[in-house]
Design a binder for this molecule. Structure first.
Ligand code: S3P
Length: 174
C-alpha cells in the first residue's frame, strides 16, 4: 500500500471526479476509492434507496463516517460525493492528511454529463438544468473555498488528471 498522502477530489456532481480519479490512481500507483460506490457496497443498497428509505441526513452521516476513516489512511485517490462540502469538517479532515482538489464545471457542462443519469436523487424530477444551477449556486461558496481549483469545462478526464499531476509536480501550496 502506497504511503503517499491521499489525493481527494471534491466538486459538484458530474465534474468528472471518478473518471479523473481512476486515471490519477493508476498513474500514481495509488488505490482509487469512490465514496458513493463504497457506501453502496457497505450498505448493500443504492444511493437512491438510501435517500428514499433513510433520508439525506442518514446518507450524510454515512459519508461523514467514511471521511473520518479515509482521512486516517494514506495511499488513496478518493472521489467524494458532490455534497461532501456541506459539512466543513469533511474538507478540513481530508485537507489535514491529504491534498484536496476541487473540480469545477458550468451547469451546462454538468448537464451534458448527468443528463441521462437516474442514480442521483437530488437531480431527479423537473428541469434538470434549473435544479443543477440552483444547487450549485447554493454550494458555490463552499467549492470556491478550496484553494486547489481545476476547471474541467471542455476537458476530458485524462486532461483533468494531467492538470492535477502537473499541479502536484509544481511548487506546493504554502
Ligand atoms: C450528491 C452527489 C452524489 C451522491 C449523492 C448526493 C450531492 O455524488 O453522493 O447523490 O449532494 O451532490 P456524485 O458527486 O459522485 O454524483
Amino acid at each position: 500500500m502506497s504511503n503517499h498522502p491521499n489525493l481527494v477530489l471534491v466538486g459538484f456532481m458530474g465534474t468528472g471526479k471518478s473518471s479523473a480519479g481512476r486515471i490519477l490512481a493508476e498513474r500514481l500507483g495509488m488505490t482509487f476509492l469512490d465514496m458513493d460506490d463504497e457506501i453502496v457496497r457497505r450498505e448493500g443498497r443504492s444511493i437512491p434507496d438510501i435517500f428514499r428509505d433513510s433520508g439525506e441526513p442518514a446518507f450524510r452521516a454515512l459519508e461523514r463516517a467514511l471521511v473520518v476513516e479515509l482521512a486516517g489512511q494514506t495511499g488513496y485517490v478518493v472521489s467524494t460525493g458532490g455534497g461532501i462540502v456541506l459539512n466543513p469538517d469533511n474538507v478540513r479532515d481530508f485537507a489535514r492528511t491529504g491534498r484536496v482538489f476541487c473540480l469545477h464545471a458550468t451547469p451546462e457542462a454538468i448537464l451534458k454529463r448527468v443528463e441521462h443519469d437516474t442514480n442521483r436523487p437530488l437531480l431527479q424530477g423537473g428541469d434538470k438544468l434549473a435544479r443543477i444551477s440552483e444547487l450549485l449556486a447554493k454550494r458555490q461558496a463552499l467549492y470556491d473555498a478550496i484553494p486547489d481549483r481545476i476547471d474541467t469545462d471542455g476537458h476530458k478526464p485524462a486532461d483533468t488528471a494531467a492538470a492535477i499531476l502537473a499541479r502536484l509536480a509544481g511548487p506546493g501550496r504554502q
